[in-house]
Write a protein that binds this ligand. Structure first.
Ligand code: BES
Ligand code: ZN
Ligand code: ZN
Length: 502
């Protein structure tokens, strides 16, 4: 099968926009006042086209809107200029650049352009600007046409970040980092978009191992027997209903000379298809449940970038992989399972399977010496109700660790919104028979799910990220193709790249 990833090369130049050698030059525009500015004499070069579009209101600086003009005048090298309206007043000034760069790349791809240049304008630190622009350009190139027989090779092969002329920082390194992080998200998108008949737990494990192995990350794939030896009955209990065996993917980034601690553990839900099991889901929309391994895909993408960028701290990546199917041997409502930690769980609803497999993986992360835990999962419909498709839910403790993860999300342009967890939500999970019930009722469903996971995090700093609403975009936008978003791959990688921040 071909790949959905078609990352272009990304280089940096520091020359005036008019001198850039590219087929298309993209220029972010920040609001009406900015539109009135005449960058490099483009007004004249466009033969009055720019002024006309501005006066007629044809081009308004509404975020992500574009205006394409031909640069006919002398002195302009790029034959066409794409104005991209960028957000103003964003809390992180790099975010609008990332977004505008993605719009530019998507537009350039549609125009079958080969070389696209993007001008880093606005009041942004030049290193952050170059990284954000490169990230956006690479993210904007992603379009999943793997299964279309009429697909063509993408024409956009070369992106050029046009940096501030005065900057003396290492901008090529910043752009390379942005490209790697964008590509990490695209890896996650490619995995998450794969149908479940192709991406079974075994295939997921093999592909993930290849993707991170290439980046110098250590990998081990635990098969059913190894999982059984670890007594992970929660993972096995979910896998029982399927004829596809489960896997536990263990990835290790161990930089030479890294300190003993911290050891960051990233744990991702890897349910390659969630039918709900015996508590089966309604048919309508069930096809979307191939995305239920998006948390695992984000962890794989992150580990790949962490290896490629040689993050300075130790990182463990864990992805429990299984299908959730209603087979003849499936776990049934009322069954009681014993997790690897010894905790017993009454499975009242087999559709609350994510927390079961994550519980065993969180326990294993502690066994492997993790000092800090983050798990990512398409965990609850309740989180979609709470936050829609904009922010991912963020749960955890202590507050400092939650803030650190939220900060990493902010720098990556991936919104995380805190929701509560703790003792009182844990009480919703009381079981007559076992230590815990796997469901806590509809009210507060995202928080009781988080409280279930918390019971397996021991005393470690732990955060849980619910991406049920953000892992998939079924509309698409000017800056983003429809489908898997790869959300959290860049946030998690950013966390490992900057352990000083926590
Ligand atoms: N994978 C689902 C959650 C989900 C829903 C992800 C929609 C993405 C989009 C999860 O396994 C699930 O089924 N959760 C149940 C839990 C309930 C039974 C307590 C839910 O949210 O309905
Ligand atoms: Zn489910
Ligand atoms: Zn699920």
């Amino acid at each position: 099968m071909s790949t959905a990833r078609t990352e272009p090369t990304v280089t940096v130049v520091s020359v005036p926009p008019a001198d850039v050698d590219a087929d298309l030059l993209a220029l972010p525009v920040f609001g009406g006042d900015d539109l009135a500015q005449d960058v490099g004499g483009l007004s004249a070069a466009s033969g009055g086209e720019l002024a006309r579009a501005r006066a007629s209101g044809e081009f308004r600086p509404k975020p992500r809107e574009t205006l394409l003009v031909r640069a006919v005048g002398d002195g302009w090298r790029p034959p066409r200029v794409l104005h991209v309206a960028a957000r103003t007043g964003a809390p992180d000034p790099a975010a609008p650049l990332r977004e505008a760069a993605a719009v530019a790349a998507r537009t350039a791809s549609r125009l079958h352009v080969g070389r696209l240049a993007f001008v880093c304008r606005g009041n942004v630190d030049p290193v952050r600007a170059a990284q954000a622009a490169a990230e956006g350009l690479v993210l904007g190139c992603f379009e999943d046409r793997r299964y279309k027989s009429d697909r063509e090779d993408p024409t956009l092969r070369q992106c050029i970040v046009v940096a501030d002329e005065a900057a003396d920082a290492d901008l090529p390194a910043a752009a390379a980092r942005g490209r790697t992080l964008g590509a990490a998200a695209n890896v996650a998108r490619e995995l998450a978009g794969e149908p479940s008949n192709v991406l079974t737990p075994r295939v997921f494990a093999d592909r993930a191992a290849a993707l991170v192995g290439e980046a110098g990350v250590g990998v081990e794939i635990l098969d059913e027997e190894a999982i059984r030896s670890l007594r992970m009955e929660l993972l096995l209990g979910v896998a029982r209903g399927s004829s596809e065996p489960p896997r536990l993917l263990v990835m290790r980034h161990e930089p030479p000379h890294a300190k003993e601690s911290p050891v960051l553990a990233l744990v991702g839900k890897g349910v390659t298809f969630d039918t709900g099991g015996i508590s089966i889901k309604p048919a309508e929309g069930m096809e979307r449940m191939k995305e239920d391994m998006s948390g695992g895909a984000a962890v794989v993408g992150a580990l790949r970038a962490i290896g490629q960028l040689r993050a300075p701290c130790r990182v463990i990546g864990l992805v429990p992989m299984t299908e959730n199917m209603p087979g003849g041997r499936a776990t049934k409502p009322g069954d009681i399972l014993t997790g690897a930690s010894g905790t017993t769980v009454e499975v009242t609803n087999t559709d609350a399977e994510g927390r079961l497999i994550l519980a065993d993986a969180l326990w294993y992360a502690r066994e492997l010496g993790a000092t800090h835990l983050v798990d990512v999962a398409t965990l609850t419909g309740a989180c979609i109700v709470a936050l829609g498709h904009v922010s991912s839910g963020l749960f955890g403790r202590p507050a400092a660790w939650v803030d650190a993860v939220r900060g990493a999300g902010e720098r990556a342009g991936e919104s995380l919104w805190p929701l509560p967890v703790g003792e009182e939500y844990r009480e919703l999970l009381r079981s007559e028979m076992a230590d815990l019930n796997n469901v806590g009722g509809r009210p507060g469903g995202a928080s009781s799910a988080a409280a279930f996971l918390e019971a397996f995090a021991g005393d470690l700093p732990w955060t849980h990220i619910d991406i049920a609403g953000t892992a998939w975009d079924d509309k698409g936008r000017e800056d983003r193709a429809k489908g898997a978003t790869g959300v959290m791959a860049r946030t998690l990688a950013g966390l490992a790249l900057d352990p000083g921040a926590w």
